[in-house]
Design a protein around this ligand. Structure first.
Ligand SMILES: NC(=O)c1ccc[n+]([C@@H]2O[C@H](COP(=O)([O-])OP(=O)(O)OC[C@H]3O[C@@H](n4cnc5c(N)ncnc54)[C@H](OP(=O)(O)O)[C@@H]3O)[C@@H](O)[C@H]2O)c1
Length: 330
């Protein structure tokens, strides 16, 4: 079977290898991967010069074989790998980090992978492998942000930043929950697509540098109930300024900078909860899939690249011309 490894070379981060097909051991399953998807994290890992690991946290395919003692999963099931193989439920712990696919351990950009039985989950009903591969990181992170803090209620306002994978799923889930959604983008074309997807208000953050003011105007001066903060240091001050008193910010990403000056007084003054999010557990994944089944949600896939062109998929994600998810078929 073929698998990519990270090369550690910035301009050409992927190397293709032919390897022996792995067999599942006790409590494990092997999966014939049919599709994977990329996240900003995968760019960060390759840019740091990481070498010798199979990249990508996200992938889905059919169960090829099951090891002794496996009872929950059967050969032929369409499953996704969980971002953390060892976070079945409950609160996150430091140990969970050691099982992050495509970071701590080998990931999904391979024709066959072996995962623990509790590290895979059935696909939503009727979904293809490509659709299912969009879920493990971006979708589950958005779900965690919306549900696991003070859960979003119908009629509340959720603010999404940019039109990447997390934000688009955040928009779709927030609409599903009956919330009002505001989304920002650097592109009017992308904002038109977000309108079509159900966004109630849109803001071009490139032409409205002080976008927080527009959010405040759009909410009658009150602010958003919840912000899915994917920008980090470069956007946090404005997110704090346009979150309502007693609202929440789910701190997710660092698209606009990993470090910078933050004025915590804004949080205190507005009694805003700031909650760090790191993807989610298998239990959250199951709850998210149940909601997807019930509401017939479909992921927004920007483009599907063939396995042999995985490097082009990396470049496409880095170009930030995408909307939603970038997929590699296997
Ligand atoms: N904590 C976690 O568990 C977790 C999980 C998933 C992702 N993340 C993090 O969340 C962030 C988003 O990840 P992703 O995979 O969804 O990324 P992505 O798909 O690569 O998102 C890229 C998009 O983000 C938007 N963007 C870039 N700079 C921006 C800015 N200054 N303000 C607002 N939007 C901006 C752009 O949208 P427009 O072109 O529309 O402007 C861009 O196309 C990353 O930092 C990632 O590391 C964290």
């Amino acid at each position: 079977m073929r698998a990519y490894h990270l090369s550690g070379v910035a301009d050409s981060p992927l190397e293709l290898f032919e390897l022996a097909t792995p067999d599942p051991g006790p409590g494990e399953v092997s999966v014939r991967v049919q599709a994977t998807s990329l996240n900003y994290r995968d760019l960060m890992i390759s840019r740091r010069g990481r070498q010798g690991i199979v990249p990508l946290s996200d992938g889905a395919g059919e169960v090829l074989a099951v090891g002794p003692g496996v009872s929950r999963v059967q050969v032929g099931d369409l499953v996704a790998g969980a971002f953390f193989s060892h976070w079945p439920s409950g609160r996150i712990s430091a140990a969970v980090h050691d099982s992050a696919l495509g970071g701590a351990v080998d990931g999904m950009l391979a024709e066959v992978v072996v995962l623990p039985e509790h590290g895979v989950i059935a696909a939503p009903r009727g979904w293809t492998a490509a659709q299912t591969a969009t879920l493990p990181c971006a979708a589950l992170t958005a779900w965690n942000a919306l549900v696991e803090g003070a859960p979003v209620r119908a009629g509340q306002t959720v603010l999404l930043l940019g039109t990447g994978g997390v934000s688009v799923f955040g928009l779709q889930f927030a609409k599903m929950m009956g919330a009002r959604t505001i989304i920002t983008s650097s592109s009017d074309e992308k904002l038109a697509r977000m309108r079509a997807l159900g966004a109630d208000a849109v803001i071009n953050y490139a032409t409205h540098e002080n976008w927080a003011e527009v959010v405040l105007e759009s909410t009658g001066g009150v602010g958003a109930d919840l912000v899915l903060e994917v920008g980090g240091a470069g956007t946090l001050a404005q997110s704090m300024a346009c979150t309502r008193h007693g609202g929440q910010i789910a701190l997710i990403g660092i698209l606009a900078g990993a470090s910078g000056q933050v004025n915590p007084g804004q949080l205190v003054g507005r009694s805003v909860d700031l909650r760090g999010i790191y993807v989610g557990s298998l239990e959250m994944f199951a709850e998210m899939n149940a909601a997807i089944d019930l509401h017939g949600l479909e992921p927004l896939i920007d483009e599907v690249f063939p396995f042999e062109q995985a490097a082009a998929a990396y470049r496409h994600l880095a170009s930030q011309t995408h909307v939603g998810k970038v997929v590699v078929s296997v």
